[in-house]
Structure formats: C-alpha cells, structure tokens
Design a binder for this molecule. Structure first.
Ligand SMILES: [Fe+2]
Ligand SMILES: [Fe+2]
Length: 215
C-alpha cells in the first residue's frame, strides 16, 4: 500500500471525512448563471488566496484570527446561496459546500483544542463556553449529513442554509459576548493566536494531503 493510501486508511479508521481537492482549492469560476459579478476573493488564484490568508494571520491575535475565519465562511455561505438561487448544478454547489464544511471543521477544532481550553483556564464564563461547545456539536452533525448527501438531494440546499443559520447564531454570540470576555481576561491572545494559526495550517495541510482527489 502506498504511503498516501496508508494515510487515507489511517484517517478512515478514526472517522475523518474524505474531501475533494476542490474543497481546499475551489474552482475559480462559479456558475455562469449567478447574476452578480464575482468577488475579488472568488477570482483570486488559489495560491494567492492561500498566501493572503496566511499573511493575514501572521500578526494577529486569537480573536482577530477567528473573526477573519467567520468573515470568510460568511462569504462562502453567501456564494452558496447565490448558486442555490441560480439553480446551479450539483457539480458547482457541492465543492463549495465541502469547502464550507472543511473550513468549519478546522475552525471548530482549533477553537475546541486551543481557544476554548485557554479561555476556560483563564476563568472566562464557563456557561458561555459550554453553550459554544454544544453549538459546535450541532453544527458537526449537520456537516456530517451534508457530506453524506448527494448535491441533487431535495434537502441538500436546505441543510447548507440551516448550517449557515446555525453558524450565524453561533458567530454572533462569539463575537458579541465570548470574545469580549476573553479580551477582558488574562488570556495572552497573541500567544494563543500564534498557536491557532499553527494548528490551523497543520490541519489544513493534513486534510489536503490525505484527501481523495475526485475529478
Ligand atoms: Fe468561531
Ligand atoms: Fe465556535
């Protein structure tokens, strides 16, 4: 068995999803049926987009890094909504939905592994952190459902839309309450931010190395 196949098998054993290449480096051209002009983000070559994201994260604190992720995923949900309204083909909608799922999976992982843990250690509102983890679990269930479905399924778009609503609610609580409490605490947000950026890059790299390329 090749090294790559062994890596896939190992990931499969622990339940990680296989993702398409396009979910990490999405196609630059979206549906021709979408009425609005493509954004700078969507027309930017993938390598420049990746580099921009990396640069953005070099000199930032933890809450700024997480807020940047929130803005990015909000933009992706908006793109998905346009595709859904334009009745774009599943071959266009699914890669974008998978990109959303990948971004959210990695984002939730770094928050749980590092940010929430550091916040608890600093004495930040435990009820708020408990609620955030429960909301993550609900979002992960929906992500698993979306990844199981074919994009032609009658409820596929609805599931992506509801995931967007869940995430919107969760992000509003994080940005409106939790992050403010973290900033007011003794957390070293720059040190935590550096750890978040490092772990995020590691997880994205692992997912791109271990994924199955689907033409
Ligand atoms: Fe978040
Ligand atoms: Fe979160």
């Amino acid at each position: 068995m090749s090294r790559r196949c062994r890596r896939r098998a190992r990931r499969g054993a622990v339940g990680l999803q296989r993702v398409r290449l396009s979910s990490i480096f999405p196609p630059l051209v979206r549906s021709p049926n979408v009425a609005s002009a493509p954004t700078h983000e969507t027309t930017m070559p993938a390598n420049q987009r990746t580099a921009r994201v990396r640069d953005r994260r070099v000199a930032t604190d933890a809450t700024e890094l997480l807020c940047a992720d929130h803005r990015e995923v909000r933009g992706l949900f908006a793109e998905y909504a346009k595709l859904a309204r334009a009745r774009a083909a599943g071959s266009e909608r699914r890669p974008l939905a998978e990109e959303i799922c990948t971004l959210l999976t990695v984002h939730a992982a770094i928050e749980e592994e590092i940010f929430y843990r550091e916040a608890r250690a600093a004495g930040v509102d435990a009820d708020l952190l408990d609620e955030a983890e429960v909301e993550h679990a609900a979002a992960k269930d929906l992500i698993a459902q979306i990844r199981e479905l074919d994009a032609g399924d009658a409820l596929y778009d609805a599931r992506v839309r509801v995931l967007g609503e869940y995430v919107g609610h969760h992000v509003a609580e994080e940005e409106g309450e939790l992050f403010a409490k973290c900033r007011a605490s003794a957390m070293d947000l720059h040190a935590v931010g550096a750890r978040l950026a490092s772990r995020q890059a590691e997880l994205m790299s692992e997912m791109s190395e271990g994924m199955e390329v689907v033409p």
